[in-house]
Design a protein around this ligand. Sequence first.
Ligand code: XUL
Ligand code: CO
Length: 437
Amino acid sequence: MVEFFPGIRQIKYEGPDSRNPLAFKHYNPGQKVLGKTMAEHLRFSVCYWHSFKGLGADPFGPGTIIREYNNSRDPMTVAELTMRAAFEFYTKLGVGFWCFHDRDIAPEAENLAETNRRLDEIVALAAKLQRDTGVRLLWGTSNLFSHRRFMAGAGTNPSPYVFAYAASQVKKAMEITKELGGAGYVFWGGREGYETLLNTDLKRELDNLATLLHLAVDYKKKIGFKGQFYIEPKPKEPTKHQYDSDAAACHAFLQKYDLVDHFKLNIEANHATLAGHSFHHELEYAAANGLLGSIDANRGDLLLGWDTDQFPTDLYDCTLAMYTLLRYGGFKTGGLNFDAKVRRQSIDPEDLFHAHIGGMDAFARGLTIAARLYKDGVLEKFVRNRYKAWDTPLGRKIASGRMSLPQLEALTLKQGEPKIASGRQEMLENILNEYIR
Ligand code: XUL
Ligand code: CO
């Protein structure tokens, strides 16, 4: 059988003292942390689009990366070889999951029927490779943003025929995700937004987007797809304003349209920072509202204002993400999907390994640091103490709205100036630094 990553053997855990760049220093899949293995906590997934279809193109030039599985002129041969290369990579890296868009795995044909036939052919191969390797599908999704028909959106398009096309694509992508045993299905609103309000009926677009999601919920029930639906927030790019701009905007949308029980959020680190939030904020907001489902792990660049989708290496980010996850009970259906791409100059197949190994080690360290923080309870104790007056009979009475404004006024007149306490931010930052080692 052809090897696409020759010379690279199974990536192993060698411990923190290893100097082998093609080994894990911290990710030890079977190691128990707070009662679960690292693999169970982290549920790593490789994304198909950046890792196997992305070849380093940017707005200033085409791809720089040449891959052997791309050599054939026949697009279906390329699709087949790419799928084989992907499973070789997943297996050598030792990840449990993968993710794809419909158009990543099979090229679009002249018409929808032929496109779907191509998908069926490739899905049969993916199903076989999943059985052979034990690698599972974290989530599937449909690409409703690359083709020119979607230039003005999919569910939010001014044309009902484009809406119908998008709906047909969602239908098929859900079917194949089910066939591959996917644990979830993502809706990222690729072009669900606007470039200018001068040509946009904002209310109609939001209503129609909700209709598309309701149709998907109905179809999910009909075909018995048990995976979790997610919405992935992103504030801009490609459009100037995307309707799913951040976790709070998605939450409001889902509540308004009575969809909130059917969806969770897939929080992406670089989307959070584009929205002017920290990754930690978006995770905490989602978790606090019962919406934290899955994570697209990556990072941006402080000096670049776009979605650079770099591999995660920041220990603070990874620690705080894992700290939120641990406090809220960890992943159920979701996982850590590397929605990240190697840089344009990282042209060798082994660069894909370095990138993923680094991301996995960073999150493994984040997990162990967060587990110590969580176990010791230092931050939690501080927070609990900071709000403890709300747990007194008076605090509870006020919080439950059983004291009117005049009663609160009477209380204040009697008590006089309230005592205030330090937030101790610097002390807490120092404590966090003590744990990050
Ligand atoms: C785009 C992005 C997508 C989604 C899936 O920024 O993150 O790849 O994750 O459509
Ligand atoms: Co993403």
